[in-house]
Design a protein around this ligand. Structure first.
Ligand SMILES: Cc1cc2nc3c(=O)[nH]c(=O)nc-3n(C[C@H](O)[C@H](O)[C@H](O)COP(=O)(O)OP(=O)(O)OC[C@H]3O[C@@H](n4cnc5c(N)ncnc54)[C@H](O)[C@@H]3O)c2cc1C
Length: 523
């Protein structure tokens, strides 16, 4: 009898797992797939929302904005796959201009931007030669940080132990480093000083002719790409191709409510779901892949029907303290008043706005109450997008408590989310321990591991990007079904192996290394 797998979540991890299983003539294709997603279209955090503005339809990305081919070789390979390439136009974006607007000090504007137009004039008086030189000194240090043994050390360790501190170092940290890292980490989240040089090097280091220096304080970032029809176009193209290779039962606008392993193990897994039209339904599956964030995953498993296995297994690996996810919210809107009044030229790609944040003694604004606004006309390079904005928060703003949000009549779309941080080291111990709670693998298993038939993928298990979410789904397709790496990309395979063996199934690399050592010993 054909075996059945249920994939929960229709982001790139879930759809990518389906697409990997669907590939012709390989282990995995024989499985019948059911995919259940609570949205109306596939995408998840790669969601694109078409909005009507200035008489045109503009595809606004609410999650994924950019991908970096150098860091994301699997995404770069996916968009070249015949059948997908035609559906997913993908263009270079080599002019990533960042501007930061802060509360005025003594009535004077305090702003900066990483491009020339935002270095001169009274609005940018704070961006003195001292600040500029500090930024250059820091960027130059990052180029050498790994060679000098700083990789695993945090920025705080670096700045606190300098023999020669930066000039006006506190201001440099408060007005340059912290805002920039808040944008990278999760839009307003105040986690900037947990970052290590290992995290920053891929973004800020540059090697002439080889690596462009993707992020920069002193000039626009380069080396990015955008999906012309929005990030959802890639997820939907993967679903279209998977459907044509091996159709699945697709349940959209449907929410999974519980996942219950067999008792006793091993045995089929019961999945329960419901949607607006349909009453609660359930079915049993031989295997289940859960790609939701770890908060949602924990609530699916801790559903009152799993008490024994929750207490003995999952509670150890899915506890909220190990997965400190961040809440967030975004608005697509037309409210120009959300931008700092000092930065209305709108030449930037995105603006970090602390201008309206409440004042605090140090550094002069409350980082937690900041937000980031994308200027859609500069992202799309389209005049019709003029006056259209996407504002992102690393918290859930509450206007009743004085939080600044777009005026209701200007809001075209709003969405809340839960997410991790882009940085791979965020939640690393939890990611590296999760394999103890994964169901058994086809060729790999671990002492004490239970044969639950339940597997975890999704960006929380690797790193918070489209690339790493895709990798997580492909890794589970291999681990639980034996499907081979699905792309023809050496660089992509390297990234997949790295996250397979060092993050998701770390002991695998240890045992593989031991086996290789034993082998070489025998020869
Ligand atoms: C604001 C923001 C900006 C980002 N910017 C970038 C960027 O520029 N570049 C980049 O590469 N990455 C970016 N990322 C990260 C990237 O979007 C994610 O890492 C990736 O899209 C996650 O894919 P996923 O499949 O793991 O999870 P998701 O996309 O979150 O998919 C999981 C899906 O499961 C659904 N779900 C949850 N519970 C249930 C349930 N009970 N039943 C059914 N379905 C359920 C969720 O609604 C969700 O749609 C950004 C993320 C955010 C939040």
């Amino acid at each position: 009898m054909t075996k059945k797998v249920c994939i929960i979540g229709g982001g790139i991890a879930g759809v990518g797992a389906w697409w990997t299983l669907a590939q012709n003539g390989q282990p995995g294709q024989e499985w019948d797939v059911t995919i259940i997603h609570n949205g109306a279209r596939y995408g998840g955090h790669a969601l694109t929302v078409p909005v009507q503005h200035n008489g045109a339809t503009i595809d606004v990305d609410t999650g994924v904005q950019f991908v970096v081919p150098l860091l994301y070789p699997n995404i770069d390979a996916l968009v070249k796959v015949p059948g997908i390439a035609e559906q997913v136009p993908y263009q270079a974006y080599d002019d990533l201009k960042v501007a930061c607007g802060f509360p005025r000090k003594g009535g004077q504007p305090q702003n900066w931007g990483n491009f020339d137009a935002y270095r001169t004039g009274p609005n940018f008086a704070m961006y003195t030669d001292t600040m500029y030189n500090n930024a250059k000194r820091f960027q130059d240090f990052i180029d050498l940080a790994l060679l000098e043994g700083w990789g695993s050390k945090s920025l705080a360790e670096y700045f606190d132990t300098l023999k020669v501190p930066y000039e006006d170092q506190d201001d440099f940290l408060a007005y340059f480093i912290d805002p920039y890292l808040s944008i990278i980490n999760g839009y307003g989240a105040t986690l900037s000083r947990q970052v290590t040089f290992d995290d920053l090097v891929p973004l800020f280091a540059h090697v002439p002719g080889i690596w462009p220096g993707l992020g920069s304080f002193t000039h626009p970032g380069a080396g990015y790409r955008r999906f012309v029809k929005g990030a959802s176009s890639l997820v939907e193209a993967l679903a279209d191709q998977a459907r044509s290779l091996k159709p699945a039962k697709e349940l959209l606008n449907t929410t999974v409510m519980g996942v219950v392993p067999a008792d006793p193990l091993p045995g089929p897994v019961t999945v329960t779901w419901g949607s607006g039209q349909n009453p609660v339904m359930s079915d049993t599956f031989d295997k289940v892949i859960i790609t939701t964030d770890m908060e949602a995953t924990a609530s699916l498993l801790n559903n009152g029907n799993n008490t024994t296995i929750w207490d003995s297994l999952y509670s150890k690996y899915l506890s909220a303290k190990d997965w400190p996810l961040l809440p967030g919210k975004c608005y697509i809107h037309t409210d120009i008043d959300m931008l700092s009044p000092d930065l209305r030229d709108q030449e930037e790609t995105l603006q970090f706005t602390a201008y309206y944040a409440p004042q605090s003694a140090d550094p002069g604004y409350d980082m937690f109450k900041t937000y980031t606004t994308y200027i859609e006309k500069n992202l799309h390079d389209e005049a019709n997008a003029d006056g259209l904005y996407l504002t992102m928060y690393g918290y859930i703003p509450d206007p009743a408590k004085g939080d600044i949000v777009p005026k209701p009549e200007t809001v075209l779309f709003e969405e809340v989310w839960t997410h991790g941080m882009w940085l791979p080291t965020f939640m690393l111990p939890a990611k590296q321990n999760l394999h103890h709670a994964q169901g058994k693998g086809v060729t790999l298993s671990y002492p004490g591991q239970l044969d639950t038939g339940i597997y975890f993928a999704g960006n929380n298990t690797t790193a918070d990007s489209m690339e790493h979410a895709f990798i997580s789904g492909a890794v589970i397709a291999n681990y639980a079904f034996g499907s081979p790496y699905p792309l023809d990309s050496l660089l992509g395979f390297g990234m997949y192996e790295l996250f397979y063996k060092e993050f998701m199934f770390p002991a695998a690399s240890v045992s593989a290394k031991k086996a290789r050592l034993a082998e070489s010993h025998r020869q």
